[in-house]
Design a protein around this ligand. Structure first.
Ligand code: GLN
Length: 251
């Protein structure tokens, strides 16, 4: 299923064009410190190299390339990323949804991916609708939109919060939670790893809203925002973005 927000992205022309010109492969020597949380396949995970890899890592590398910048990746807990912008890190890329509370602390780039929360259940579970989630113990990654949904939108549900989604999935396998709410692509990766035991259910059947991933940026740094949006636009237009989707997400 293609969930790319091409339509939304093509609307965003504005300043991007100004900054997109004339950027090549030569580096300015400027280092962009990028926070991520490499627990969220296929967007970011620890690869065979022992370093963070995945769609987001490749995307931010392509953006930095366009801008002639060097990248330094910092692998942090997801819940600490927004607060670390401006101190420990310059920007964060982590399958991060544009979200109201976060917008009070950071700005976001233009969106680059459309996403939806999925519900991972044990095979044969009778959980199928929003009403079935009420009163359940639901595994989530701490500080994520899945966590917020459980806390704010599901009556009587208790979030079981983990720093790593894989730990929520392990508790589901051990029967300590009733289900796990997690973004579609990682939910499918984890459910596929345990395809005899787990199933990932489409969040539309639970009425969850669409979400949009973007790069989190320091509040008010319009120069950096324009540079990143300009590079992102070029990467979409020259086909690099689709190549990365094929390599990391739809392979
Ligand atoms: N998209 C979700 C959020 O922004 C989860 C992101 C993640 O766990 N890396 O909260």
């Amino acid at each position: 299923m293609k969930r790319i927000v091409a339509a939304a992205l093509t609307l965003v022309v504005s300043f991007s064009l100004l900054t997109a010109c004339g950027q090549g492969d030569e580096t300015t020597g400027e280092v962009l410190i990028v926070g991520t949380n490499a627990e969220f396949p296929p967007f970011e995970y620890i690869g065979d190299s022992g370093e963070p890899e995945g769609f987001d890592i490749a995307l931010i590398n392509a953006i930095a390339d366009k801008l002639g910048m060097e990248i330094q990746i910092e692998n942090l807990e997801f819940a600490s990323l927004v607060g670390a912008i401006g101190t420990k890190i310059d920007v964060a890329i982590a399958g991060m949804t544009i979200e109201e509370e976060r917008l009070e602390m950071v700005d976001f780039s233009n969106p680059y991916y459309e996403a939806l929360q999925y519900v991972i259940v044990p095979a044969g579970s009778d959980i199928a609708t929003a009403a079935d989630l009420e009163g359940k113990t639901i595994g989530v990654q701490l500080g994520t939109t899945g966590d917020f949904i459980v806390q704010d939108e599901i009556a009587g549900a208790t979030p079981a919060q983990f720093n790593k989604p894989v730990d929520a999935v392990n508790d589901l396998l051990n029967g300590r939670v009733d289900c796990v709410i997690l973004d579609q692509n990682p939910a499918q990766v984890f459910a596929d790893q345990y395809s005899d035991e787990l199933v990932a259910l489409d969040g539309t059947q639970f009425g969850f809203a669409m979400e949009y991933y973007a790069i989190a940026l320091p509040k008010g740094d319009t120069e950096l925002a324009d540079q990143i949006n300009g590079a992102l636009k070029e990467i979409i237009e020259d086909g690099t973005f689709d190549e990365l989707v094929q390599t990391y997400i739809e392979q």
